[in-house]
Design a protein around this ligand. Structure first.
Ligand code: CUA
Length: 349
C-alpha cells in the first residue's frame, strides 16, 4: 500500500476508534457515574465550587476537542486521495502569518481565562469565612490509615469522620486541619471538597459543608507506599440530633465487660498497648488507631474489610495477610488467646 494511502487510512481509523468514542464517553460520563462517588454530584459548598469550575474547564476543552477533531475530520475527507492524484504535486505552502498568529494568541487567551477562573474559585474556597461555632477536626495521615481527632470534644477515632449536616437555617461546616505522621498523603472525598495534600511537618487546612446526611466515601489521593490504594476513608454526615448522640457515645468511657476480663488482661500484657490507645486505661500508644470505641466503626484496616466479628478475628490473627505491609504485626496468638483478645475488642463498643 502506498504510504499516503496508509496514512489516510490510519487517520480514518483513529477518528473512528478514538475521536467518536471519546465524544460519547464525555457526553455520558456524568450520568454513568451517578451511582459512584463523583465530583459531578457535589453535596457540599466547596465541592459545588469545584464542580462549577470543572464544568467551565470541560466545556472549553470540549470546544477545543471539537474544533481540532472537526478540522482533522474535514481535512481527511476533503483532501483524501483521488484518482489522478499520482502525477500532481500538492501546492507547497511556506507559513502564514494569520494562521500562526491565531494558533498562538487564541490558546494564550484560553489559558488566561482558565487561570483567572480557577484562581477565583481557589480564593473563594480558601478565603471563606466560616461561622464561629465551626467544628474543628484534626486529621493525621499515617501509613495507611487516618487518625481523626476532635480536640474540643475530646474524641479520638480513625478512618471515619463524623460531622453534622448543614441546614438552610443553620450552617455547620467542619474545618479540617491536615497533618502527616510520616509521608505525603492527600485527603479527598470527591462529593465534599477538592483534594488537599497532607504533608509531613506542615499543617494544611480545608473545610467541608455537607448538605445531606449520609455516608461519603473518599481515599488517599497521593501515592504513599505499598497500601496507598487501601487508605480509604468515609465521612458520615449526621442530622444534628444524631450527631449529638454520636458525640456522647464517643465521649463515654469504654465499657467494662466481666466476660472479656481474660482478653483484657492479655491485651494489656502484650505490646498491643504500645501502639493503640484505649481511653481511661494505661493503653496510650499513638502509632495505631485508638480502640476505645473500635466496634462503633464500620470497617477495619482503613476500609479494607467490614468490621464484623469474623473479620476482626482474621485481622488480629494476621493483619499482614489482609493488608501486606501494614505496620501491625502478627502477634502469634494461640487460638485460645485469639478468642480472648477478640472477645475483649468486641466489648469496645
Ligand atoms: Cu496515603 Cu496514599
Amino acid at each position: 500500500m502506498e504510504l499516503r494511502l496508509r496514512v489516510q487510512t490510519g487517520f480514518a481509523w483513529l477518528f473512528a476508534t478514538v475521536f467518536v468514542p471519546c465524544c460519547a464517553v464525555t457526553l455520558s460520563a456524568p450520568s454513568a457515574l451517578a451511582d459512584v462517588t463523583s465530583i459531578f454530584r457535589p453535596l457540599s459548598t466547596p465541592a459545588q465550587a469545584v464542580y462549577e469550575i470543572s464544568l467551565l474547564t470541560l466545556a472549553i476543552c470540549a470546544a477545543i476537542f471539537l474544533v481540532v477533531g472537526g478540522l482533522l475530520a474535514y481535512t481527511i475527507i476533503r483532501f483524501r486521495r483521488r484518482p489522478g492524484d499520482e502525477r500532481r504535486e500538492p501546492p507547497q505552502v511556506y507559513g502564514s502569518n494569520q494562521i500562526e498568529l491565531a494558533w498562538t494568541v487564541v490558546p494564550i487567551l484560553i489559558v488566561f481565562v482558565l487561570i483567572l477562573a480557577t484562581a477565583r474559585t481557589i480564593y473563594d474556597v480558601q478565603g471563606a469565612i466560616l461561622p464561629a461555632d465551626t467544628l474543628n477536626v484534626t486529621v493525621v495521615g499515617h501509613q495507611w490509615w487516618w487518625e481523626i481527632n476532635y480536640p474540643k470534644l475530646g474524641i479520638m477515632t480513625a478512618n471515619e469522620l463524623h460531622v453534622p449536616v448543614s441546614e438552610s437555617d443553620r450552617r455547620r461546616p467542619t474545618r479540617l486541619r491536615l497533618e502527616s505522621a510520616d509521608v505525603a498523603h492527600s485527603f479527598w472525598v470527591p462529593q465534599l471538597a477538592g483534594k488537599t495534600d497532607v504533608i509531613p511537618n506542615r499543617r494544611n487546612s480545608m473545610w467541608i459543608e455537607p448538605i445531606q446526611p449520609g455516608t461519603y466515601v473518599g481515599n488517599c489521593a497521593e501515592y504513599c507506599g505499598l497500601q496507598h490504594a487501601r487508605m480509604l476513608l468515609r465521612v458520615i454526615v449526621h442530622a444534628p440530633a444524631d450527631f449529638e448522640k454520636w458525640v456522647a457515645a464517643q465521649q463515654s468511657p469504654p465499657v467494662e465487660d466481666a466476660q472479656a476480663r481474660a482478653g483484657r488482661d492479655l491485651f494489656f500484657a502484650t505490646s498491643c498497648i504500645n501502639c493503640h490507645a484505649i481511653k481511661t486505661t494505661t493503653a496510650n500508644g499513638k502509632f495505631g488507631p485508638d480502640l476505645t470505641h473500635l466496634m462503633s466503626r464500620e470497617t477495619l484496616g482503613s476500609g479494607v474489610i467490614t468490621n464484623t466479628e469474623e473479620n476482626l478475628r482474621s485481622w488480629v490473627r494476621d493483619p499482614q495477610h489482609i493488608k501486606p505491609g501494614a505496620l501491625m504485626p502478627n502477634m502469634q496468638f494461640t487460638d485460645d488467646e485469639l478468642n480472648q483478645v477478640v472477645a475483649y475488642l468486641l466489648s469496645l463498643r
